[in-house]
Write a protein that binds this ligand. Structure first.
Ligand code: C2O
Ligand code: CU
Ligand code: CU
Length: 572
């Protein structure tokens, strides 16, 4: 079967060499209200059977959300799948009930409408499902899109920002298709390469400075990006914002979840062609995508060595250069954004996260991987971070493969990679950092703005197969107030107390009059409904006596707004 897959792929290479397709550019949505629907659909990726997909407002991938820093936005997310899902705003600094992690589920046929203020720097972010055990599947089938945040600083710089003209979103993904053209996961035979969901993509770009917003949206694969001409390009932004200054480079290693904004100077190239390439042959070993996925030839993944994409160089995107636009950008700026990086002396604490395989020894690379000796458990809060703490997180990878570590809530600054100062392009705001096999990364950040004593944020490996296998943890940012006067969150409008409760649970929805009616739903962490009412006052008391002990989610809905909080029921 695996060999058939590889042969099928090689045959296709011959077939498609002539059949280039125009790069799909996702539509844009502007605020303040963003209507999104996640649904089942299908796409003709190959001749013959259509591929079953999951798309947002379309068959595959999703519209690009354009946000302005400081803007108040409302996301209206309708789940038309016949499955539960969630939508996470990857990289955005929002309260935990708005973050869309695995606890804030959207049941089939329902709508989730978080509202928040955009606090992030101008950069390229993304959004995708985050349901525990199913993130890989939902993203693999196509549910993911870009978020572009703009701000007033970025607007003053002479940078390309005409979307789809000189400012191009590029999500790079490899996928495995079976003999019936269906997307399959977890077999390490991701031989189909697509950019924005287009295979064998080409794009026409003007002969001037263009901006490529590159997202590695792959499930596992790391890319080593470069141009076929080997010319220099400039990286101007990392995950969470503009760098201090453009960084000149000819190769960029980009791991799953990471973004980079690149300036490529095509001035004077009208009529020429070049390729955005993956130079997989020069990826170091122990990186998914290199010739060897582990530190030695013995550390193997099923299917990996039969996959012709590993350790190989190939085209991701053909670029045909056309005539320049009006008012083209023709220069690369010299400085970008000023950064105030907390110093090591300002750190309140250092927290250590050790990555291990459940299975140390010759098959350690096959995982499942753990963080601090634990697999992810929906019922466990792994870390409690005091509000406003400045912390150093030290990531110790004791496995034979590199892992891209992702933190929700706040961007961070990398202090060291294997004990040395990070490369210049890693010195900006990051939310994913690749931790090399048997290596150590330290970063620093401040857990500001939001707290919530019960509803957590996540940290996890962004190789989504590893995440679904449990390489993830939950952390809460704890309230700065003493227990007696705690409300549940800084931004949440839903207050529940006492929490934990032994039966009586008082609730109050700030901003509504006490007599206004709201709808109530209580679900368990698997999304099963345990209690509901269609008309409750905005202030009142719930009786949970007799409920099984454990964690529940309480959802109050008023109009199109749903407020969700997590409660712990304890009997006596
Ligand atoms: Cu992009 Cu927690 O994920
Ligand atoms: Cu995230
Ligand atoms: Cu991993």
């Amino acid at each position: 079967m695996k060999h058939i897959g590889a042969l099928f792929f090689l045959a296709l290479l011959g077939f498609v060499a002539q059949a280039q397709q125009p790069l799909h550019i996702p539509d844009t949505l502007h605020g303040p209200v963003y209507n999104l629907q996640i649904r089942h659909d299908s796409m003709a990726f190959y001749p013959g059977a259509k591929t079953q997909t999951m798309g947002i407002n379309g068959a595959f991938l999703a519209p690009t959300l354009i946000l302005q820093k400081g803007q108040q936005v409302r996301m209206v997310v309708n789940n038309a799948l016949n499955d539960t899902t969630t939508i996470h705003w990857h990289g955005l600094h929002v309260a935990p009930h708005n973050d869309g992690g695995p606890y804030v589920t959207i049941l089939s046929g329902t709508t989730w409408s978080p509202e928040f203020t955009v606090l992030d720097w101008a950069s390229t972010y993304w959004y995708h499902p985050h349901l525990h055990y199913k993130t890989t599947l939902h993203v693999a089938k196509g549910a993911a899109g870009f978020i572009i945040v703009r701000d007033s600083l970025e607007a003053t710089l002479n940078l390309p920002r005409r979307y789809g003209v000189d400012d191009i979103p590029l999500v790079i993904q490899t996928r495995q298709f079976d003999a019936n053209n269906q997307i399959v996961i977890k077999q390490h035979l991701d031989t189909a390469v697509m950019v924005n969901g287009t295979r064998n993509a080409f794009v026409q770009l003007p002969a001037q400075v263009v901006r490529l917003r590159v997202l590695n949206g792959s499930l596992e694969r790391v890319y080593n990006l470069g141009l076929s001409t080997n010319e220099t390009f400039h990286m101007i932004a990392s995950d969470g914002g503009l760098l201090a200054a453009p960084v000149a480079m000819t190769r960029l290693q980009l791991a799953p979840g990471e973004r980079a904004e690149l300036l490529v100077n095509l001035s004077g190239k009208n009529g020429q062609s070049l390729q955005l390439m993956n130079y997989g042959s020069t990826l170091p070993n122990a990186v998914y995508g290199a010739a060897q996925p582990g530190m030695g030839p013995g550390q193997q993944l099923p299917g990996y060595s039969q996959n012709p994409r590993n350790g190989a160089n190939y085209t991701l995107l053909q670029i045909n250069v056309g005539t320049p636009t009006d008012l083209p950008v023709t220069t690369i700026p010299t400085t970008l954004a000023a950064h105030q990086i907390p110093t090591v002396a300002q750190a309140d604490t250092t927290r250590i996260f050790t990555f291990m395989s459940a299975n140390m020894g010759p098959t350690a690379i096959q995982g499942p991987f753990m963080i601090n000796n634990a697999h992810f458990d929906m019922n466990v809060i792994n870390e409690r971070v005091p509000f406003d703490n400045t912390e150093i997180w030290e990531l110790r990878n004791q496995t034979p493969i590199g892992h891209p570590f992702h933190l929700h809530n706040v961007p961070f600054y990398v202090l060291t990679v294997n004990g040395a100062a990070p490369a210049t392009h890693l010195r900006g705001r990051k939310d994913v950092i690749f931790v090399p096999a048997m290596g150590t990364v330290r970063f620093i950040t401040q857990f500001e703005t939001f707290w919530n004593d019960t509803l957590p944020y996540m940290y996890h490996c962004h190789m989504l197969t590893h995440e679904d296998d449990g390489m993830m943890g939950a952390f809460v940012v704890t309230s700065p107030f003493p227990t007696s006067v705690r409300s549940l969150g800084s931004e949440t409008r839903l207050q529940l107390y006492p929490n934990p409760t032994q039966g009586q649970l008082n609730y109050r929805i700030a901003g509504l009059n006490p007599w206004e009616e709201v709808q109530l739903r209580i679900t368990d962490l698997q999304g099963r409904l345990v209690q509901q009412s269609s008309s409750m006052p905005a202030v009142g008391t719930l009786d949970l006596q007799g409920r099984a002990e454990g964690l529940y989610l309480v959802h109050f809905q008023s109009g199109s707004i749903t407020l969700t909080s997590r409660i712990l029921v304890q009997q006596h």
